[in-house]
Design a protein around this ligand. Structure first.
Ligand code: MG
Length: 402
């Protein structure tokens, strides 16, 4: 086995040297996943054999590529399972039709893998990045994040993207000798990029694909959930260019409201995916033969056609004004943020109420940060239960959302 391509000196440095040493020991080994990637992936995909490795060196697994192992580690983490109890936009108080963080993440992973397969990118890396992308969200979605950010203002604030890195490098326990999941540097770099987008250059294509799939997924499913919950009605949507496009593509107006909603959502997904894929295929065509690093150095940015991107922005502005700021949702969010803030201050005043593991961190970390980590990992339901148990106040459940 040999390193697949020659990277410019200084780009990969010690990691490349370490990889050459590792691979020369097993010069005769060609892993099944390596063969599969060589056969199926485009030159500009991130090939597993070019991985910069992990902080803690591990031998290669014979039938799972490094990124398949990352995907499995994320999937089996406690933080990932907790996504099922975390709200995306709408809370559990609003019934059980709408998306949770977990189902959103699954939709993103599915769309991102479809894109990856169509473009010849590394699907395993894409799936790992997608499963990780929202793992750092605290309870109560963005309002929970804002509340924690305010509570932690004096010690760096709170960001779900940074917290995701903290979870997988420090908080999750998988090995006896070191903390975290020991993920590859490529998967960690996806989350670093999400934390520092404003000062980062173009990331590798697989990271960009997950970003686009995230946006395609939430634009479509937030329309679905908002219609189902009665936060929007059909007439409000018909002025939007993207909805007009969907009505031209399929006979939406000749169906009953439920079927029309489903058809609209599927069509919104298909229109966005088609535009992105066609545009991206044209963009990447001249880059056949380039490797992942070269494409990244060229600063290639994936996206939709200009006209389509403007229509998508119009839909997003509409959702922001009419759904995310809807008075019924605003009230639920405000109460949730208030509960989280009260619980935070209570635990700062009563650190003996923290679980043993978190109490042991107080000696080496600021108390407010420890409380932030404890609360940030909670599901909405567990946070409500803790609020009720510690503050002696039950959380009122709204009954009129179905
Ligand atoms: Mg997301």
């Amino acid at each position: 086995m040999s390193i697949r391509r020659n990277h410019p000196p200084g780009q990969l440095g010690d990691h490349l040297t370490a990889l050459i040493m590792q691979t020369s020991v097993r010069a005769s080994t060609i892993y099944p996943w390596q063969e599969r990637e060589t056969r199926l992936l485009a030159s500009f995909a991130m090939h597993s054999i070019d991985s910069l490795g992990r902080d803690q060196q591990e031998p290669q697994h014979w039938y799972r590529s490094p990124y398949q192992r990352d995907r499995d580690r994320i999937l089996h983490s406690a933080a990932f399972r907790r996504l099922s109890g975390k709200m995306q936009v709408f809370t559990g108080e609003m019934g059980d039709y709408h998306r949770t963080r977990l189902t959103h993440t699954q939709e993103v992973a599915s769309l991102a893998r479809t894109i990856g397969r169509t473009l010849g990118l590394n699907e395993d890396l894409i799936e790992a990045l997608a499963l990780l992308h929202d793992i750092g969200h605290p309870p109560y979605g963005h309002c929970g994040e804002d509340a924690l950010d305010a509570c932690l203002k004096e010690c760096g604030g709170f960001s779900h993207n940074r917290f995701a890195l903290e979870l997988v490098t420090r908080i999750e326990q998988r090995y006896t000798d070191y903390p975290g999941l020991n993920l590859t540097r490529e998967v960690l770099s996806g989350q670093h990029y999400r934390s520092h987008k404003e000062d980062a250059g173009a990331p590798m294509l697989e990271i960009q694909v997950v970003d686009v799939a995230d946006s395609i997924a939430y634009d479509a499913h937030d329309v679905d959930d908002a219609l189902k919950l009665g936060l929007l009605d059909w007439d409000q949507l018909t002025g939007l260019a993207l909805v007009r496009r969907a009505r031209m593509a399929v006979p939406l107006d000749r169906t009953d409201p439920d079927r029309r909603r489903q058809l609209l959502v599927h069509t919104l997904l298909d229109l966005q995916m088609s535009d992105f894929l066609q545009h991206t295929q044209r963009l990447l065509e001249p880059m056949r033969g380039f490797d992942a690093l070269r494409v990244q150095q060229l600063g290639v940015r994936l996206g939709m056609t200009d006209g389509f991107a403007k229509e998508k922005e119009e839909l997003e502005r509409f959702l922001f004004e009419n759904v995310y700021r809807h008075p019924r949702l605003a009230q639920v969010r405000e109460q949730a943020a208030q509960r989280l803030t009260e619980l935070f201050e209570y635990l700062v005043d009563h650190p003996n109420q923290l679980p043993d593991r978190f109490q042991s961190w107080i000696h080496s970390h600021p108390l407010r940060q420890v409380v932030g980590v404890y609360l940030g990992g909670m599901t909405d339901r567990f946070c409500d239960e803790q609020y009720a148990a510690l503050m002696g106040q039950h959380v009122a459940q709204a009954a009129d959302w179905s």
